[in-house]
Ligand binder design. Structure first.
Ligand code: PMP
Length: 393
């Protein structure tokens, strides 16, 4: 009989020639169970999505409750839907006053696309600036901003007039001028392998944007929702962007993203032309109900303090002669090894031992560790022990 795995290869479009192809049975908390009954600790949270763990009971309950009331009713922006309104209001209450208007979308790339269109409309300019080794999504606008030629080249032509700046290089900020509509930046570069901004780089960037009239867009698709030990990474650096892009952890496991700005800037999207940016499913009520439960849970407890303590524990336990460098912010960890071959070997051994880790798109010699924020100290110690064991292989 043909197996699920064979059908997967045959009929589900593939993204690489070597899919991991775990056959998933169920997932709960930090764990994923495959159809053979094997248990894996998910140390990457489905790539920074399951910040509350898989199937958090309150998120699941919120989804079920909403499903019983209504699912899709009409394209986003026409009807008053309480899951959207509640979530937008709660977000506005935890964000600076200038980030009070939430445009809901389905994904990170869509948040970036919307932010780019908004910046064009607000400034009347066409040029964008982004950073080397930045990842902002796979759609063509977001791809145009990507700081890696190898992934971009096969898809040319992309958007013209994109400046590519070096992260943490103040000199490059001079390239931003009054022609620049917006600068898009991950405050901590994720796919580059957890590259932290040096000293006041983000402040200098914000100053240059203010001086030239370029908008500052923060891509917090990966760093948002508590991942770095603050609700949003910009809180670490004392810089408030003009537009904030979110997704991944926002939906608590459901597809949800947003770009957020001031009501004044956001109003540009509702006129000249009207309906200049619309989406059928963005802000889906079931996803927003999940998102509202997610944000309430993150805000209710002491989660951010705990993340900071857990960060220290990882840094303490991950010591081995093969580890060349470790870059950490909250529960976003990059463990740099000698080269990709060694990293891949260790990653494969970890997976074999029931621990899911990965590498970074633009830093293949570094191991990605980004567990659910609810991971316990015992689970951290156990997972670090497995990694250290696998480093000895
Ligand atoms: N921005 C960043 C920083 C990301 O890490 C990602 C996804 N890895 C995206 C944007 C794109 O998000 P999505 O895959 O939901 O389109």
């Amino acid at each position: 009989m043909i197996t699920q795995r064979e059908l997967f290869i045959r009929h589900v479009a593939q993204t690489s020639p070597f899919p991991l192809a775990l056959e998933i049975e169920r997932a709960e908390g930090c764990y994923i169970y495959d159809t053979s009954g094997k248990k894996y600790m998910d140390l990457i949270s489905g790539i920074s999505v399951s910040n509350l763990g898989h199937c958090h009971p309150e998120v699941v309950a919120a989804v079920k409750e909403q499903v019983d009331k209504y699912m899709h009713v009409m394209v986003y922006g026409e009807y008053v839907q309480s899951p959207q309104v509640q979530l937008a209001e709660l977000l506005a209450s935890v964000l600076p006053a200038s980030l009070s208007s939430v445009y809901f979308v389905n994904s990170g790339a869509e948040a970036i696309e919307g932010a780019m269109k908004l910046a064009k409309r607000c400034t009347g300019r066409k040029q964008f600036a982004s950073f080397k080794n930045a990842y902002h999504g796979s759609t063509q606008g977001a791809l145009s901003l990507m700081g890696d030629e190898r992934l971009k080249q096969p898809f040319y032509p992309l958007l013209p007039d994109i400046l590519s700046l070096r992260f943490n290089q103040q000199d490059d900020l001079q390239l931003i001028t009054d022609l620049t509509a917006a600068v898009i930046v991950e405050p901590i570069q994720g796919e580059a392998g957890v590259v932290l901004p040096v000293s006041d780089f983000l402040k200098k960037l914000a100053e240059r944007c203010a001086a030239t009239g370029a908008l500052l867009i923060f891509d917090e698709v990966q760093t948002g929702y508590g991942r770095t030990g603050r609700l949003f990474a910009f809180e670490h650096y004392g810089v408030v962007p003009d537009i904030l892009c979110l997704a991944k952890g926002m939906g608590g496991g459901m597809p949800l993203g947003a770009f957020i700005s001031s009501a004044k800037l956001m109003s540009f999207l509702s006129v000249n032309p009207e309906l200049g940016h619309i989406t059928t499913f963005g802000g889906h009520p079931v996803c927003c109900a999940a998102g509202y439960a997610t944000l309430r849970i993150i805000l209710a407890g002491d989660m951010m303090n705990m993340v900071q303590q857990k960060e220290k524990l990882f840094a303490e336990r991950l010591k081995h002669k093969r580890i060349k460098n470790i870059r950490v912010k909250g529960l976003l960890v990059a463990l740099e090894l000698e080269n990709f071959e060694q990293n891949k070997k260790v990653i494969d051994a970890c997976v074999k031992n029931g621990l899911i880790v990965d590498w970074f798109l633009f830093n293949m010699k570094s191991m990605r560790i980004a567990p659910p924020l609810i991971i316990t100290k015992e689970e951290i110690i156990k997972s670090c022990d497995i990694i250290i064991d696998c480093l000895n292989v």
